[in-house]
Design a protein around this ligand. Structure first.
Ligand SMILES: Nc1ncnc2c1ncn2[C@@H]1O[C@H](COP(=O)(O)OP(=O)(O)OP(=O)(O)O)[C@@H](O)[C@H]1O
Length: 191
């Protein structure tokens, strides 16, 4: 069995990444830490985190979205260097963010997973959960998969998180070889 060091879940907001990550952790035969960008955003002053969840502007001096994303990416090699395996998630929409992520992961075996979801379903989930900015899923949906090529795909608009995790865990355990993220950087022409 050859498990990857990093499992990257990329999909729009409300596509079901964190539900999938938690279900996947329980199915994998080795420990994986789930470290999504929300873990970094949760470190914001609480009232600013709540503003972000409501889609309201944050006006506090020092707030810098790009620094939060960069900080998230820069944390990852530290966790990996210490010997942890990671499941990470975000909606990586911008080319520079994709390049930065894969650069930080370059030396680690990495599987890229597309978390697909019909935009109408993601928007309906967003409205039902009420803790995400209205319109975020619709904004991210056409952008989030542009320029990526994936190793594996799931569709959470069709299958529940548990079923998606069953399929993914099966594929991960079966595989004999995973490439380092440096290969994806080159393959996606992001380097
Ligand atoms: N496969 C699924 N089928 C039906 N509903 C789901 C599925 N996965 C998640 N949900 C529901 O959709 C909502 C969003 O799920 P989740 O938090 O996992 O998404 P996310 O992609 O991590 O969102 P975000 O990026 O905004 O944090 C939750 O209410 C969750 O219960």
């Amino acid at each position: 069995m050859m498990l990857p060091q990093v499992i990257v879940l990329n999909g729009c907001s409300s596509s079901g990444k964190s539900s999938l990550a938690r279900a996947l952790q329980e199915r994998l035969p080795e420990q994986y830490l789930y470290f999504g960008i929300d873990q970094v955003l949760a470190a914001l002053p609480h009232s600013d985190w709540l503003r972000m969840c409501r889609g309201e502007p944050i006006t506090r001096t020092g707030y810098d979205w790009a620094a939060l994303v960069r900080g998230y990416h820069f944390c990852l090699p530290g966790l990996l260097q210490a010997g942890n395996r990671l499941i990470i998630d975000n909606g990586w929409c911008e080319r520079d963010e994709k390049r930065e992520l894969l650069t930080e992961l370059a030396g680690y075996t990495t599987v890229l997973v597309a978390v697909h979801c019909d935009p109408a379903i993601a928007s309906a989930r967003e409205a039902a959960r009420g803790d995400r900015a209205a319109g975020l899923a619709a904004w991210e949906s056409p952008r989030v998969h542009a320029g990526w090529e994936y190793d594996l795909d799931v569709d959470t608009g069709i299958d529940g998180a548990e079923a998606c995790a069953d399929v993914l865990a099966g594929r991960l355990v079966e595989a004999r070889h995973w490439r380092a993220a440096a290969d994806s950087l080159e393959r996606l022409n992001l380097g």
